[in-house]
Design a protein around this ligand. Structure first.
Ligand SMILES: Cc1ncc(COP(=O)(O)O)c(C=O)c1O
Length: 382
């Protein structure tokens, strides 16, 4: 059987990883500022993580949500504490799309309404409602098309207000990333997030903070939406939550009530996933990784801003993007193949940096030196 060919692949076979480094099958070492798409939050193969997951696997790897699984309560308790949302409720699932799917479904159950506001350049996943709320017609299949999603310009408070004034009674939810990831590292203005909060409160709609990529401490606060000092009604989580183990969830405000059978999943919240998620939170806390993300992220941004060839350096903490001019269009590829550095991208010309929250200054400086070298030696590299 062949693999279904949907991913354009780099011709690199990775076989080993540790901290911020990856090795290929030829023993070549790479510096990882991509984290497998913002997934590696505490560093590859962190010893505490490996130990906690191994110990859990030796006890019990899986049982379904038909019995009590105390490790789920342990995770809810820890997540409440580390995120500062102690009064919220936790529903566990398996991926970012599934988290957003459940968030929007719950908002619709709660309000009895159908319309969801999403924004230009948003990305919320590839399943039915999540992809419908994603601003990329190329990945929306005919069966996913719905007139229940209203797209508005990102960071535009006036059109948001106008939409609520016109049809506030129909709006079940607003879904927004605190920093758009796939869309190219576009930071939501604090006043925009505050406006979403106040309009949702005023019209009885649910504020969904998609924190799948921008959350989990990456920006120096647990949720990037926290920079605006307001609470959302639902936060969706995935990526960094399991440091590579597929685990996701939604945090649900206390006034949204559950009913048996309302949401559900076979694999969500299995003991192995919970052990991975607990290990991540324990390391974030003990190694003060949110502080590190802010400190190292600020350093990288400050230094990148001094490189005149790079435009619009932006982001928060260790979620950074910048525009690459046409004359350096191979920069990302050259960083990978000449300097052995993984970075992320966003079409058409953005380089995205999403390293682990434990990324250190030495590695940051190596990256900064390498990028200078690539920018100033384009003739050599072709
Ligand atoms: C903001 C955001 N939401 C949702 C998703 C979907 O997550 P998953 O690929 O785990 O379904 C992504 C993935 O990139 C994302 O960046």
């Amino acid at each position: 059987m062949k693999l279904f060919d949907v991913y354009p692949l780099n011709n690199i076979t990775v076989v080993k990883a540790k901290g911020s480094y990856i090795w290929d099958d030829n023993g070549l070492q790479y510096l990882d500022l991509y984290g497998g798409h913002a997934v590696i939050s505490i560093g590859h193969t962190h010893p505490h993580y490996v130990q906690r997951v191994t110990e859990q696997l030796n006890k019990i790897g899986f049982y379904s949500n038909s019995v009590r699984l105390p490790i789920q309560e342990e995770l809810a308790e820890k997540l409440g504490k580390v995120s500062g949302k102690e009064s919220y409720q936790l529903f566990l699932c398996n991926s970012g799309a599934e988290a957003n799917e459940n968030a929007m479904k719950l908002a619709s159950f709660h309000t009895g309404r159908k319309k969801i506001i999403a924004f230009t350049k948003s990305f919320h996943g590839r399943t039915s409602l999540a992809v419908a709320a994603t601003d990329n017609p190329a990945i929306v299949a005919p069966v996913n098309q719905t007139n229940n999603i209203i797209f508005l310009p990102f960071n535009d408070e006036t059109s948001l207000e106008a939409c609520f004034n016109a049809q506030g009674k129909e709006i079940a939810a607003v879904i927004v990333e605190g920093i758009q990831g796939v869309g190219g590292i576009n930071v939501a203005k604090e006043s925009f997030i505050q406006k979403i909060r106040s309009l949702c409160t005023q019209h009885g709609s649910v504020f969904i903070a998609d924190s799948v990529q921008c959350g989990y401490g990456r920006t120096g606060k647990f949720f990037s939406h926290d920079h605006a000092n307001v609470d959302a009604d639902i936060y969706s989580l995935a990526k960094g939550m399991g440091n590579g183990f597929p685990v996701a969830g939604i945090l649900i405000a206390p006034d949204l009530h559950s009913k048996h059978g309302m949401l559900g999943t076979t694999f969500g919240g299995n003991p192995l996933a919970c052990a991975a998620a607990l290990a991540v939170l324990e390391v974030i806390e003990s190694e003060k990784l949110m502080d590190n993300a802010k400190k190292i992220g600020d350093h990288i941004q400050t230094e990148l801003k001094k490189i005149s060839e790079l435009q619009n350096v932006r982001g928060k903490g260790l979620m950074i993007g910048f525009d690459v001019p046409d004359t350096l269009k191979d920069l990302r590829k050259n960083l990978l193949f000449n300097q052995n550095i993984f970075t992320g991208e966003a079409k058409p010309n953005v380089i995205r940096l999403l390293p682990s929250l434990a990324f250190n200054k030495k590695d940051a400086d190596q990256f900064l030196e390498s990028i200078q070298e690539e920018i100033h030696a384009p003739a050599l590299n072709g």
